[in-house]
Design a protein. Structure first.
Length: 456
């Protein structure tokens, strides 16, 4: 009987089921898809219309429109950007516009820009961001009256060197709370009209370049926050900012020259950040005079951040309410300014000293004046400031270099700080000397038994 050979059993592999790809995004409601597209530039949002029939008209209901011609003066442009904006506004449905951003510095035809603005306002725009620049000194763009009369506009950003503001005599900006203006000052005297026709304005930002003498009057009964950031030209403009804002709480000033600031009704002011960099065309006498006037106008603040390497100690007024001070010390450390601020801030609780490596460039033909600003050795005050003996709880030093003047200042603060809880020192590149510095500071007899010193 022959033996039969058994054949090997071969198990066939079952085919893997093919994954079913589901387009879950397209299944979302129209409102959700519109919300997603609202975060894209309009150019990209419109392109989604080619994805499928489902997406064909979604872009037309998006509440945010973002047009940017990405202007480059070295590239010759055709009319395609203007035609694109025209088409989008024509084919869009009747839904309201929430945000309208229009950056069109390459568009020469101001009448088309005027039409786009009117369309956005007619669609009840809430936030409006316009950037437009002229091709010549003679081109002026007058904002349409409908912009001033908008009842829905809450946020307005304007960036231009050619705008003219001719607001109606009444009924302007009934809902506008945030205004940001960037440009050359004074581009036109009408700029001042813009600042006092906003009855409910709460937040104002002014930045740009001062080219001519400017006298700007800001009157805003509800203004709470004001930011001014300006740079001057090669000559010294005599600029003046008069601020009448009885509810102003926060003031930010940054200039590379210094205007004459007159702060009226500063009783509500709580916080001030002041960065002053003297331009070479600004005389030290003007700088001293204007800085004194500015500090006097903000002397009731509770928080002050101050960076002004040319500021004289004699310019410091009394800061009776000041509880927190940040002082930026440049590489020409003005210790006299620090001691004067401590002396004139009896209720100070928190002190931050920050070293800035930016060079202190002094422009002066007065050798005595020049020498004064570079003679910044630490001199121990004759009397101990009230804040050191009664209120100062915390000191933070950033950019600590460990030189002799700094060590003397740190020693003085530790010895005289009777209620100090904590001194924090950020040494940066000096971490290799941390142990040595720590030992030096440990030898100092501290005025407060509970004071801790920490290095980072």
């Amino acid at each position: 009987m022959g033996s039969s050979q058994s054949k090997p059993l071969i198990l066939a592999k079952k085919p893997k089921p093919q994954a079913v790809v589901t387009d879950r995004i397209s299944e979302l409601p129209d409102a959700v898809l519109c919300h997603i597209l609202s975060f894209l530039p309009t150019k990209l949002a419109v392109r989604t219309s080619i994805l499928s029939t489902r997406w064909k008209n979604i872009w037309a209901s998006v509440h945010n429109l973002d047009f940017d011609d990405e202007y480059d003066p070295w590239i010759e442009r055709d009319d395609s950007f203007s035609m694109f904006v025209d088409r989008v506004l024509s084919f869009r449905d009747s839904a309201d516009i929430h945000k309208f951003r229009l950056h069109c510095s390459g568009v020469k035809d101001f009448s088309r820009i005027d039409g786009w603005i009117r369309t956005a306002i007619d669609r009840n725009a809430v936030e409006f961001d316009l950037r437009v620049y002229s091709y010549s000194d003679f081109q002026i763009f007058e904002l349409p009256q409908s912009l001033f009369m908008s009842k829905t506009l809450v946020v307005l950003k304007l960036n231009s060197d050619c705008l003219r503001y001719v607001p109606p005599k009444s009924g302007c900006f009934p809902s506008l709370k945030f205004l940001h203006v960037t440009g050359d000052y004074p581009a036109d005297e009408s700029i001042e009209k813009l600042f006092y026709c906003c009855p409910v304005l709460e937040d104002l930002t002014i930045d740009g370049v001062v080219r001519h003498d400017a006298d700007v009057y800001i009157s805003a009964p509800e203004l709470k926050t004001l930011r001014i950031s300006l740079s001057g030209e090669d000559f010294s403009p005599q600029n003046s900012f008069s601020i009448n804002a009885p509810k102003l709480e926060k003031l930010y000033v940054m200039e590379n020259g210094l205007s004459n600031y007159i702060v009226k009704n500063p009783k509500s002011l709580v916080k001030a950040i002041v960065n002053l960099y003297s331009h070479y065309s600004c005389s030290h006498r003007d700088f001293s005079k204007f800085s004194s006037a500015l500090l006097a106008g903000i002397s009731n603040v509770k928080y002050l951040s101050l960076s002004a390497h040319l500021l004289k100690a004699c310019s410091v007024p009394a800061f009776d309410n000041l509880s927190e001070l940040k002082l930026v010390l440049h590489n020409c450390d003005n210790w006299e300014l620090l001691t004067e601020l401590l002396k004139r801030s009896p209720n100070l609780e928190y002190l931050v000293l920050e070293h800035n490596e930016v060079a202190c460039t002094i422009y002066s033909d007065d050798e005595e004046y020049f020498a004064e600003y570079f003679d910044h050795e630490w001199n121990t005050p004759e009397t101990v400031p009230v804040c050191l003996s009664a209120h100062l709880k915390s000191i933070t030093i950033r950019g600590f270099k460990g030189d002799s003047d700094e060590m003397e200042a740190a020693k003085y603060l530790l010895e005289k700080g009777k209620v100090l809880n904590k001194v924090t020192i950020y040494a940066g590149d000096l971490l290799c000397r941390r142990e040595e510095l720590d030992k030096e500071l440990e030898l100092i007899r501290r005025g407060s038994r509970t004071c801790r010193v920490e290095f980072f």
